[in-house]
Write a protein that binds this ligand. Structure first.
Ligand code: G
Ligand code: G
Ligand code: MN
Ligand code: NA
Length: 254
């Protein structure tokens, strides 16, 4: 692991990169979006996964600076893809700590202002359901204010939090991302299959979109489609890849 000072320096040196994992509609075959996943192109250690550095800065202000860098970089990429004729929503993972900054909405607005050609609805923010969303009243207002700007929200790892149903009821998110754990075992675990069906029913009742994460095989995809879940993301469709690789992948897809 690296020191916080070294991570801060990496931000200054522009050593971070975003990889992107496609999200598709399995029924229509359309590429609908991509999740931005940060990597550190470390000059000595090679490409580092987020687990190697994000936990170290979780409670440090560097976390906020990096979070803003990710949003700005994603907006730039949306613009680039738009100019290449690839119109997709890019999802960015936002830490609970970042989301709960008092000036989060104003600063998001400022980032959007710097990308005037990007429709705000092409940006989606994924917030971990299990992350300590201590003040649900405040977070629900922040999500609503971001929605007023046009930005979408997704509840990540849905179903794994300690009060998923309260989050569902109280947070005005557009999308539920069904946690990979339920999807992985749905083919042989009747309990997980029931949870999946339950989440799909809840999503319909609450008018939320739903996407399955961790779709690793065609069998998973087929059963999900039968259950009415059309949106999917997972290694069975594509692994996270560089922006350039996704541009090529998008041309070959469908
Ligand atoms: O593929 P992957 O190893 O990228 O992601 C590992 C974990 O790191 C996931 O839980 C993912 O949500 C998280 N993650 C990836 N990129 C970011 C990011 O830019 N910001 C935050 N807060 N989390 C991220
Ligand atoms: O926690 P979050 O859902 O934001 O992060 C997504 C994480 O899941 C990333 O680390 C990504 O690489 C990983 N991931 C994406 N698709 C699959 C998959 O099909 N199987 C597994 N095991 N992991 C996946
Ligand atoms: Mn995510
Ligand atoms: Na997730």
């Amino acid at each position: 692991h690296e020191s916080i000072a070294r991570i801060r320096q990496a931000l200054t040196n522009n050593e971070f990169v975003l990889h992107y994992q496609p999200k598709v509609n399995m029924r229509t075959g359309a590429l609908i979006g991509a999740e931005a996943l940060i990597r550190w192109a470390h000059p000595e250690r090679g490409l580092l996964e987020p687990g190697m550095f994000l936990p170290d800065i979780e409670t440090d202000p560097t976390n906020i600076a990096l979070g803003e860098w990710v949003i700005a970089a994603a907006l730039t990429q949306i613009d680039t893809w738009q100019q290449a004729g690839i119109e997709i929503t890019v999802s960015v993972n936002v830490s609970a700590n970042h989301l709960q900054q008092a000036d989060f909405v104003e600063r998001l607005q400022a980032l959007l202002d710097k990308a005037p050609d990007v429709p705000p609805a092409h940006l989606e923010l994924e917030v971990l359901e299990s992350s300590a969303l201590e003040d649900i009243n405040h977070v629900s207002k922040v999500i609503a204010a971001c929605a007023d700007l046009g930005v979408r929200f997704a509840l990540d790892d849905f179903g794994t939090g300690y009060s998923s149903l309260i989050y569902l009821k109280r947070l005005p998110v557009h999308v539920l991302k069904i946690d990979q754990g339920f999807v992985r075992d749905m083919l042989h675990d009747p309990g997980d299959l029931s949870i999946l069906e339950g989440v799909l029913g809840l999503a319909r009742a609450f008018h939320r979109e739903v996407i399955a994460e961790g779709v690793e095989t065609e069998q998973h995809g087929k059963l999900l489609l039968q259950l009415g879940c059309e949106q999917a993301q997972g290694y069975g469709i594509a692994r996270p890849m560089s922006a350039e690789a996704l541009t090529a992948w998008a041309q070959g897809w469908t």
